[in-house]
Design a protein around this ligand. Structure first.
Ligand code: UDP
Length: 238
């Protein structure tokens, strides 16, 4: 879909656009675009927690992920009978990533669900969901605990994610669909704003990779996540 990768340097992320308060129907929502990938992240709050957490005084944060039929071509059929394996994996990843930076005890017995719906898919939909989902989560937390900010209230840090990959001899930051399809190795890296790793998913699909390439991929991912972190924090201050 994208033609941007033809000219985009290997160490640059796609253009990011963040529109906060996109929906009136929930306390926090973000339309997050990374190039041609567009995800709507909507955070809702409920005054209860799942049964296994009841009475513990702790809150919960969870996520759901979905690709809308028209988000890709050919259209992705809605499967109303079951959630497929990829969707399950991605929504659990988003949930774990968001929980990594929140103090659930400070949230009280409330549950925040961050729904990530992919409106347009051009690679990196899970990383966009995490980066945009964090902004929606921060706004949802502030709607419950006014004045809370990163480091002041339940949010201990920020979290963001980016993909990296190996194509031939080159290491590439932020794979769009075209790059993802050509990648020998692809990796999703999730890190906190203070530079700690939350999760790394890396696969040598077409080729194996060595220590040096791994170190290079991590370096590139750190650069990208540093930039995303700055954007998230700037937007949240507005
Ligand atoms: N994709 C698609 N249909 C699918 C799954 C993936 O069109 O059912 C495309 C979509 O552009 C997606 C890309 O393939 O962004 C890469 O998918 P992957 O599973 O690697 O996840 P992502 O990179 O989006 O997190």
């Amino acid at each position: 879909m994208s033609t941007a990768s033809v000219t985009r340097p290997s160490d640059q992320i796609r253009e990011v656009k963040i529109e906060r308060g996109y929906l009136k129907s929930c306390p926090a929502s973000v339309l997050y675009s990374s190039g041609d990938t567009v995800v709507l992240c909507a955070a809702s709050v409920e005054p209860s927690v799942p049964p296994w957490l009841e009475g513990k005084g702790k809150g919960w944060v969870t996520a759901e992920y979905n690709m809308l039929p028209g988000s890709t071509s050919p259209r992705k059929r809605r499967d109303r009978s079951k959630v497929d394996g990829r969707t399950t994996e991605i929504q659990r990843l988003i949930g774990r990533s968001l929980r990594s930076i929140i103090d659930l005890n400070a949230l009280g017995e409330q549950m925040i669900t961050v729904d990530c719906d992919v409106l347009q898919a051009d690679g990196g939909t899970r990383t966009a969901s995490i980066t945009g989902g964090f902004i929606a989560l921060a706004d949802a937390v502030a709607s419950i605990i006014p004045g809370s900010t990163i480091g002041n209230g339940p949010l201990l840090d920020s979290v963001a994610a980016i993909s990296v990959g190996v194509i031939g001899d080159e290491l590439k930051l932020d794979l769009d669909y075209e790059l993802d399809s050509a990648a020998d190795v692809d990796m999703n890296v999730i890190m906190t704003g203070s530079g700690r790793f939350v999760e790394i998913q890396g696969t040598g699909e077409e080729a194996t990779f060595d220590d040096e390439q791994l170190a290079g991929l991590i370096r590139l991912a750190k650069k990208g996540i540093g930039e995303l972190t700055t954007m998230q924090r700037t937007v949240l201050k507005q």
